[in-house]
Design a protein around this ligand. Sequence first.
Ligand code: 6GU
Length: 454
Amino acid sequence: MKFHVMTLFPEMIENGLGTSILGRAAEKGVISYEAVNIRDYTLDKHGKVDDYPYGGGAGMLIRAQPVYDAYQAITASFEQKPRTIYLTPQGRTFDQKMAAELAKEKELVFVCGHYEGIDERVLEKIVTDYVSIGDYVLTGGELPVMVMIDAIARLIPGVLHNDVSAETETFHNDLLEYPQYTRPEEWQGKKVPEVLLSGNSKKINEWRLEQSIEKTKLHRPDLYAKYEQKQEIIKRLSKKKRQNIHMMELLHRGLGEVVYDKGMDIVLKFENLYMLHAEDVVSARELLMKVPTGAMVITTQEFVRDLLEKEFGKTGFCKCSQAVCTRKEALTVRYKDIRQLDITYLEYILEHYTSSEEHMKECLNAGVMYGAFDEDRIIGFIGMHSEGSMGMLFVEEEYRKKGIGASLESYLINLQISNGFTPYCHIIEGNEKSMALQEKLGLYVADTPLWWIW
Ligand code: 6GU
């Protein structure tokens, strides 16, 4: 990812981003940034970039010309128009969700005003997003842009050391982080909570969740309300766990948003994917109105599937069986050489698994693809789709029937169990080999099918 910052104070950006974690990430080449001085592009003989506002009023405005020329210089080699963010207290408020969305871009351009505003005409021409970092007024966009870059950059694989840590902390799952302690065991008469010294990881996890809940209730009742709603929905869905595990896990892992929720009429959204459970045909029709035309839908109800075909013009159907792993203890992994895959395996995976390049890139970058190796040669892989299901299992012809597929899946199952997740997968109708594998590993298959519909 490359960040381009247009500013009158480039040294502020360079000093701010050059140190600590972001500085190291830039040295490693995982991210890069440039601070572009708008003043370098002015055609004014004296280097002036601002002028008085038409109609009068306090302060000066940055003229359109230097801003536009700086923008043109930055974007000259781009294949498409980049997301271009103007930092302004009048913008949409920046949050974790926006950070995650922006972290997917290849290039981001930021425009900072300082003291003064910018001529509206150039903003209309180049800006795609108006963003504020909160309800207070600062002297310029330089601090806000650094706040944004910090929040976005730490979501990019390789910026932080461990890929899991960005996932499991504050705001993931709508709860605040639990308190933490290090040595000494007693400081100024205050003791570390007993349970943390017990070595009992189940008890420790329970205590941490309880602390998170209490802290959120106290400090962020708005977040707690969201958390409670999701827990409520999970409880209702759990009456038919095998059928509904995809919706339960989406919420449990903090991935889904609730679009609609009343009794057993439930619509969840994850990116362009909608998971829908309806009370009956009448409410299904209502719920489907809330799903945008181009979206993908998952349902386990045949009447929803039929409605989508007959009344909503959907033509793509993939019928699957959903299988759930309900055990809490790790499985044995016989094949030992299994490693996390990085983006360098993209080509290999696309050769052996039919999927969009975009999706496979996402999975590799998210660190959720694992490969089996023989010496240093990759001989198979498995992964987790972004909505949470396991899939993409492949083993080279000459290595089949040796239990390598079972080992790959067991490995992935264990990882998820240790994260507190319930592993599940969708087996495309007719894939008897995969059904046999799920049975062998002890997964439970739902007695209703599940459809992916587009
Ligand atoms: Cl993005 N800019 C300025 N000048 N002040 C702000 C802000 C941005 N966000 C909050 N206050």
